[in-house]
Ligand binder design. Structure first.
Ligand code: SAH
Ligand code: SF4
Length: 396
């Protein structure tokens, strides 16, 4: 489909009011055009919605009254409602967001000196079913809309700004919440474009990271359509093990995935790909496996982000001892790779990687069970290590 046809499909979609929060510049221009208004109205709307965080059309004072009235009837600002907020002892904040049909997703804000990273969800549940992931264990429920994806940034900026955390509290976005973003590409793309648009969120491409379990064809499409920073979840040095841990590998094996990473580098805003590797005790954390990872990655321009497994109830997998994590990191470092180890952030509110389950159903019970499990199982965070999303979201 041509970009123009794509835009008009999005604009025409659905009989009800249009959710303007999910329309990127081109789509918004096309839509205001269908109402008989000039393209610059789209720019005004973008600024009101995304820069100022407007939640109604009535206050958009520089729009003609007729346009405002038309907007009231034909459009909505469809940010998904917040069901609950939780604040971690370390400043991490988590929101539970209603995305319809009884499903909820989570958005996590991770403040760090000099930056604030928002970890955004793209789907309720996930169809990839990775063996170590709470979201995968839940199964796939539904795709978020563009408005629900961009709306997480809209909502977080509004709330954090209101708390006096600066004009633009979110400086980095990582698509590392619930879901596989490249399996919801059509909704992801306009949301990414809004994140980058100077009249919307104005983030640099280097500060927006898409994390994928390895959707090879969509990595190529992202390179063409909207090359932002890329993180790839590796988790195993060979196909036999990766087939088990990340079932998507059966479709797109390691050789194809690494070839896609190399192709992506030609378009990427950074000169490296982030490689994520969740360390699972006794499964993928041996020195031999570290050497195999090294051999695999030696010729790829990348930075490796090691994540010690975050346990969740129902999973039999275990987190390796800190010494094992350190030994694994040393093998890679001595082989010349840049390696960071994520410090667990927000684990007291289940906001750490892989702990985002998010369903409203049984939620209270899950949270209570998980709290017990986490406080029993979690060792203290390693002080010298890097924080969640930090390496992937390293600021420009
Ligand atoms: N679906 C995408 C992005 C969301 S998951 C992906 O898989 O890349 C974001 C990161 O959290 C991934 O690297 C994933 O492997 C990691 N993760 C998932 N479950 C985890 C767990 N239980 N402990 C630690 N990291 C986990
Ligand atoms: Fe889905 Fe990513 Fe979890 Fe795998 S790790 S199940 S791809 S969210």
């Amino acid at each position: 489909m041509t970009p123009a046809a794509e835009t008009s499909k999005r604009v025409q979609a659905g009989p009800g009011p249009v959710d303007v929060l999910g329309l990127d510049r081109d789509a918004l221009q096309a839509w205001v055009g269908t109402l008989g208004h000039k393209p610059f109205r789209a720019r005004q709307l973008l600024r009101w919605l995304h820069q100022r965080g407007a939640d109604s059309f009535a206050g958009m004072s520089d729009l003609a009254r007729e346009l405002r009235e038309e907007l009231e009837v034909r459009a909505t600002i469809g940010a998904a409602p917040v069901l609950r907020r939780e604040d971690s002892r370390d400043g991490t904040r988590k929101w539970l967001i209603d995305v319809g049909a009884g499903e909820a997703v989570e958005t996590v804000y991770i403040p760090e000196p000099g930056r604030g990273t928002l970890c955004v969800s793209s789907q309720a549940g996930c169809a990839v079913h990775c063996a170590f992931c709470a979201t995968g264990a839940q199964g796939f429920s539904r795709n978020l809309t563009s408005g629900q994806i961009a709306g997480q940034l809209w909502m977080a900026n509004r709330e954090l700004r209101a708390q006096g955390l600066g004009e633009r509290p979110v400086t980095n976005v990582v698509l590392m919440g619930m879901g596989e973003p490249l399996q919801n590409y059509d909704a992801l793309l306009p949301a990414l474009r809004l994140m980058l648009d100077d009249d919307a969120y104005g983030l640099s491409r280097r500060r927006v990271t898409v994390s994928t379990a390895g959707m090879v064809p969509m990595i190529d499409r992202l390179a063409r359509d909207c090359p932002v920073a890329l993180a790839v979840s590796l988790h195993a040095p060979d196909d036999a093990l990766r087939d088990r841990l990340v079932p998507l590998n059966r479709k797109y094996p390691l050789r194809e995935l690494l070839a896609a990473c190399r192709r992506y580098l030609e378009f990427a805003p950074r000169d490296f790909i982030t490689i994520e590797y969740v360390l699972l005790a006794g499964v993928n954390d041996s020195p031999e496996q570290a050497r195999a990872v090294l051999a695999l990655l030696r010729t790829l321009s990348c930075k490796v982000n090691l994540i010690a497994f975050n346990p969740y109830p129902g999973s039999e997998l275990r987190r390796p001892e800190p010494a094992v994590v350190k030994a694994f990191a040393s093998v890679l470092q001595e082989g010349g790779l840049t390696v960071t180890t994520r410090r667990t952030r927000g684990d007291d509110i289940d906001a750490a990687c892989g702990q985002l389950a998010g369903s409203v159903r049984d939620r209270t019970e899950v949270v209570l069970r998980r709290r017990d499990a986490v406080s029993a199982a979690e060792p203290a965070a390693e002080p010298a290590a890097e924080s969640a999303a930090e390496s992937a979201a390293e600021s420009a």
